[in-house]
Design a protein around this ligand. Structure first.
Ligand SMILES: [Zn+2]
Length: 158
């Protein structure tokens, strides 16, 4: 797997579990973590403000979270969006859960950037196009710098 800056990520077993244990890091570092969750720039996608909330223990379904964990996870999503909005990263967001077989559950907080709505009519219908477009067009020092800045803003305001 390659990270958003086109560097190889090395890990053993489940990547979500490996990241929770700090077995690998991103160039921008982690935006926030507590005992149960990590909050971080998406590992692979060079999209500014595209953050992932992931439980530290291996969970594949939303229903496997305890009530407290679920509350905590939604609090993190809510607080993160508030910080991104207040710091003018973006005003509107897609919040996406994917319960994939054999895959560590995580929540995508995806800013609805202007370039996305210019590229496609409907973001969710064309999510693959958007992700591929980002990988092909946004691997640049300027974008990496913005990603670092946004992680720093979240860290400082959390
Ligand atoms: Zn896992």
């Amino acid at each position: 797997m390659k990270n958003y800056a086109n560097e190889e990520i090395l890990y053993g077993g489940c990547p979500g579990c490996a990241y929770a244990k700090h077995e690998f890091e991103l160039p921008c570092g982690m935006a926030y973590e507590n005992d149960n969750f990590t909050l971080s720039q998406d590992w692979e996608l060079p999209i500014e403000g595209f953050l992932i909330v992931s439980p530290k223990r291996h969970i594949e379904k939303l229903s496997e979270l305890t009530d407290n964990e679920r509350n905590e996870m939604f609090d993190i999503v809510n607080k993160t969006i508030k910080i991104l909005r207040e710091n003018n990263v973006c005003d509107r967001f897609e919040i996406i859960f994917e319960e994939k077989e054999n895959r560590h559950l995580h929540v995508w907080i995806m800013p609805r950037h202007k370039w996305m709505t210019e590229l496609v009519d409907d973001i969710i219908d064309n999510i693959g196009t958007i992700l591929e477009y980002a990988k092909s067009n946004f691997r640049s020092e300027n974008v990496y710098k913005q990603i670092n800045n946004i992680t720093k803003i979240v860290k400082e305001n959390y």
